[in-house]
Design a protein around this ligand. Structure first.
Ligand code: EPZ
Length: 438
């Protein structure tokens, strides 16, 4: 039996930890308010960026999700000290000596690759395990490596590791990303912050999480022009760690979108709070096209029931386009629309793992290449279904809310990676949802 320690170093059996499922009553209506947590996809690069800092940092609004804890474990493995308490992190990387991110941690979370840029920039050498395969696609890191090579790094792939060296430090360069990559952009923005001279980055990702990383680095004294645009100019400070200031992680627009879809699929009136509505315009626009009412204030969004849920066509793309991380949730919603919807997944070649599980609940979805045809007006039945990846699993929960009977969603460790206290938040909204052990 594999021994497993939880984050308080308490020994628990593998079986006990992994074998929970969610039991969800169907035919639910939701109501009330739900507060949205900090963004996982902002907290991860920002924690990696702490490797560039010459001082201890306090970070607030850090989501209590497994991926954050995995990255903290990786940073501690490198020699950092950290403390996590109620969405607040104190991280100190001044004592970091090692520049090796080992397979045992990286295999749990691909985003560990975000330590590559900062470690190489700080130490001039590092070893980072290659992130293995992923349920949603091949997800290569060639664009990360090519960009570092443009900055003078020597990259060798050996025994499943990226061995990178930059004698005399990384050099500023002009880099055009062949494809928009979120973590690729973040890795090179961090590397450029400690490089010699000026780096020009073209075709950079514009996601709000990338913007927050730039703003935190700018606040720490890094000169960055073009924040929020596809082209950045970064002036590095080779040999001088940066003076990172305390900050608050932005709200999680994908968690927020998931709750709005829960309100939509149950045709309920409910409000999400602690959000930035402008980060979610492509999501709320689609909901309005489907006939739902959307009311926003500075930091809340209220969804109002639709007289009739209308079908919609969706094509995933980079920000500010429709996020691929919301594709599965909208697919579940489209099964309740009055007509046929077409969903094109343009970013990941294998991001329809949820379809076969949704079909077990009685949906009628046909796949052809990167396109899914979703029939609406479907009465869903409860079933035992399996979570396959983070966002796919949230779609199964939404479907369970409108199914007849009690649905069991298994392998929910996928959910825990990116949703904080999901069953607690849905219970507050009136759902009958419980976490039970297998
Ligand atoms: C980030 O992944 C997010 N993860 C993903 O969220 C999100 O789905 C994705 O961006 C797209 O929005 C984090 O921020 C931690 P990409 P990332 O590099 O950076 C190809 C979630 O559910 N590509 O922007 O890994 C790649 O295969 C997760 O929270 C290359 O070809 O995605 C894909 O087709 C899932 N070579 C496309 O680019 C590279 O070197 C976009 O991927 C890098 C990427």
């Amino acid at each position: 039996m594999k021994l497993l320690y939880n984050l308080n170093n308490k020994l628990i059996t593998t079986r006990k930890y992994f074998m929970h499922y969610l039991s969800i009553e169907g035919k639910q209506k939701l109501k009330g308010y739900v507060s949205i947590s900090g963004a996982k996809n902002s907290a991860l690069p920002l924690l990696a960026a702490s490797l560039l800092s010459k001082n201890k940092i306090n970070i607030s609004n850090v989501p209590d999700v497994a991926d954050v804890k995995t990255l903290l474990k990786l940073l501690e493995n490198l020699g950092a000290t950290s403390k996590y308490d109620k969405n607040h992190v104190v991280i100190d990387t001044r004592e970091v000596k090692s520049a090796c991110a080992n397979y045992d941690i990286v295999r749990k979370m691909r985003a560990s690759i975000l330590t590559l840029g900062p470690l190489l920039a700080r130490f001039g050498h590092c070893e980072v395990s290659m992130p293995g395969g992923c349920a949603i696609g091949q997800r290569p890191i060639d664009l990360h490596l090519k960009a570092l090579e443009k900055m003078g790094a020597k990259i060798e792939l050996k025994d499943g590791y990226v061995l990178a060296t930059a004698e005399g430090g990384l050099k500023g360069a002009t880099i055009i990303f062949d494809k928009v990559t979120v973590t690729g952009s973040e890795n090179i923005i961090m590397a450029a912050s400690l490089a010699h001279g000026v780096t020009k980055l073209l075709n950079v990702a514009k996601e709000p999480e990338v913007v927050q990383l730039c703003e935190v680095l700018e606040n720490a004294g890094v000169k960055i022009d073009g924040i929020g645009s596809a082209n950045l100019t970064i002036v590095g400070s080779y040999g001088k760690l940066i003076d990172m200031q305390d900050f608050r992680v932005i709200p999680d627009r994908i968690e927020a979108g998931t709750y709005l879809c829960a309100g939509a699929i149950t045709n309920s009136k409910m409000t999400i709070t602690d959000v930035i509505p402008t980060h979610m315009e492509s999501i709320t626009l689609k909901l309005m096209q489907m006939g739902f009412g959307i009311e926003t204030t500075q930091d809340t969004i209220t969804i109002l029931p639709a007289d009739k849920i209308l079908p919609v066509d969706i094509e995933t793309s980079e920000y500010p386009g429709f996020p691929t991380d919301m594709q599965a949730q909208f697919m579940a919603l489209c099964t309740q629309a009055d007509g046929t919807s077409i969903i094109d997944e343009r970013l990941f070649e294998n991001r329809f793992m949820h379809v076969s599980e949704l079909c077990r609940m009685g949906t009628n979805i046909k796949l052809k290449g990167h396109s899914a045809t979703v029939e609406g007006n479907t009465d869903l039945n409860s079933a035992d279904v399996m979570a396959t990846d983070l966002r796919a699993s949230s779609a199964l929960i939404l479907a369970a809310f409108v199914a007849t009977g009690t649905t069991k969603v298994h392998r929910i460790y996928h959910l825990d990676r990116g949703y904080e206290d999901l069953e607690g938040k849905f219970s507050k909204l009136g759902a009958n949802i419980q976490r039970l052990s297998e």
